[in-house]
Ligand binder design. Structure first.
Ligand SMILES: O=C(O)CC[C@@H](O)C(=O)O
Ligand SMILES: [Zn+2]
Length: 465
């Protein structure tokens, strides 16, 4: 089929104005936040319902047209990039909250509901949707689930996967499946719901999801600590966790904080300059918890683990301290960072980070290296910033050479090459550092069952041949 024929046929399947093929929209909807690939889809379509998605998948099977799902396009691994004449299926018009059950504490949403919209809905109903990250204002639920998004509260609340009661999906064969019936308990064999979560749209598209909600957190309080050595971050974590349930345990380097400060009008937490900072959050539900936190902080100071610290006294202060961590990614974005999102079990973090830092500083003596991340989950974000006078291609080429050394360390530590950003196009060549050949063979087998014609987000996670 020619691109023109595809567009004409698609128009017959969808509502008026819901098929676009002008260059500006193809470019806009054909990419995510990554900057490595040039988008080249043939059309962008906006279904309004599961039935319309099903019609699209049936059409795609019949004519062997590839489909790429597109949510808020905030992905960082090129999982939602269309580079090869695909049809982009954008969920922007499937953005309705369809049902709410206060007694089950669940909310049934279309896939295009924006994370913040879901968080706000929960709050309006005196409940809480706890999965949170800096891109919550634009990321969509379908994308969050397809990448099993994590974020800044995983230490307490887990990943997106943990909040899914049920899913409606359209498989690559064009079948509509209602998975798990929103049940809390349902031990009836394979849980297909979890196959679709994190599958990056390669098995089918998630069109609706029933999400669980929880009680609202109480008096969230933030503590930022200056640390002189990374090993101390684990001592601090252990000390606090013995007595307090943390809702976040994040870290960032001084260099990362400096970018946030230059980028926006954000103040340093205190005057002492530390090489690393840890950000802890907890519910200060009583004076006793606050006193405990102060005692633990003093203990950490006495042990020489902590150089300085500040604790929020109001919601505004807590919010401002969070800016130091949450705005890192956006503040370094203009420097075309090469991103790694790696993980290891929590206890191994300091030695893991040190080994990788040695390798990258040795191989990139002229590049600026920025460390931050969800250290309480063992998840580190390593961003290498492009020198201004270097071309993008040269820079990415150099970074890819060094990846081998970085990922060998990841493999040796039994870690992951993508902790929370997914595989997409960018990490698929490195999948073997985390998944065995036998495991990948099973993944291919599963893909074959759900998407025999290979039309669902082809080329993402792994190649078919
Ligand atoms: O930009 C990055 O490397 C990480 C983005 C995001 O996962 C974060 O934790 O801020
Ligand atoms: Zn992150």
């Amino acid at each position: 089929m020619t691109p023109e024929q595809i567009v004409t046929e698609l128009k017959a399947l969808l509502d008026d104005g819901k098929v676009l093929d002008d260059p500006e929209n193809l470019d806009h909807y054909g990419r995510d936040w990554t900057k490595m690939h040039a988008p080249k889809p043939v059309a962008v379509v906006f279904p309004r319902s599961t039935e319309q998605v099903q019609a699209l998948v049936r059409f795609a099977n019949e004519h062997r047209v590839a489909l790429v799902p597109s949510g808020g396009r905030t992905g960082l691994s090129a999982g939602a990039v269309a580079t090869n004449g695909e049809v982009v299926v954008a969920f922007d018009y499937m953005n309705q909250v369809l049902d709410f059950s206060p007694s089950d504490r669940t909310v049934h949403c279309q896939a295009g509901v924006i994370t913040e919209q879901l968080q706000q809905f929960a709050e309006d109903n005196d409940l809480h949707y706890p999965v949170d990250f800096a891109s919550a204002g634009s990321s969509q639920l379908g994308g969050n689930l397809s990448t099993n998004a994590g974020g800044i509260k995983v230490i307490r609340y887990g990943m997106s996967r943990d909040w899914v009661a049920g899913l409606t999906v359209v498989t690559g064969k064009g079948d509509v499946l209602h998975l798990n019936r929103d049940l809390e308990k349902n031990n009836t064999g394979y849980d297909l719901r979890h196959l679709f979560i994190g599958a990056e749209g390669t098995l089918g598209f998630i069109t609706e999801a029933t999400m669980k909600l929880t009680r609202q957190p109480d008096h969230l309080t933030v503590l930022v600590l200056g640390l002189n050595d990374l090993t101390n971050t684990m001592d601090v974590l252990q000390t606090f966790q013995k007595q307090i349930d943390l809702t976040a345990y994040e870290f960032f380097s001084h260099e990362a904080m400096q970018h946030v400060q230059t980028h926006g009008s954000v103040q340093a937490p205190f005057e002492t300059e530390a090489p690393y900072y840890a950000l802890l959050e907890f519910e200060a539900v009583s004076d006793q918890v606050m006193d405990d936190a102060m005692t633990l902080f003093e203990q950490c100071m006495e042990n020489g683990w902590v150089m300085d610290g500040v604790i929020s006294q109001s919601e505004t202060q807590a919010h401002n301290l969070w800016q130091l961590r949450e705005r890192i990614s956006e503040s370094i974005a203009p420097r075309t960072p090469y991103k790694n999102d790696i993980s290891v079990i929590v206890s191994k973090v300091p030695e893991f980070l040190r080994e990788i830092d040695d390798v990258v500083t040795h191989h990139y003596p002229d590049f600026e290296i920025i460390w931050f991340g969800h250290i309480g989950d063992g998840n580190l974000h390593l961003n290498i910033l492009k020198p201004e006078d270097m071309s993008k291609d040269d820079f990415f080429g150099k970074c890819q050479q060094v990846n081998k050394w970085v990922f060998e360390i990841v493999e040796r530590y039994g870690g992951s090459v993508s902790a929370e950003h997914g595989v997409g196009l960018i990490k698929k060549d490195y999948l073997t550092y985390t998944r065995s050949p036998e495991e990948i063979a099973y993944l291919r087998g599963i893909k074959q069952v759900f998407d025999p014609n290979g039309i669902m987000n082809p080329g993402k996670v792994f190649d078919l041949d």
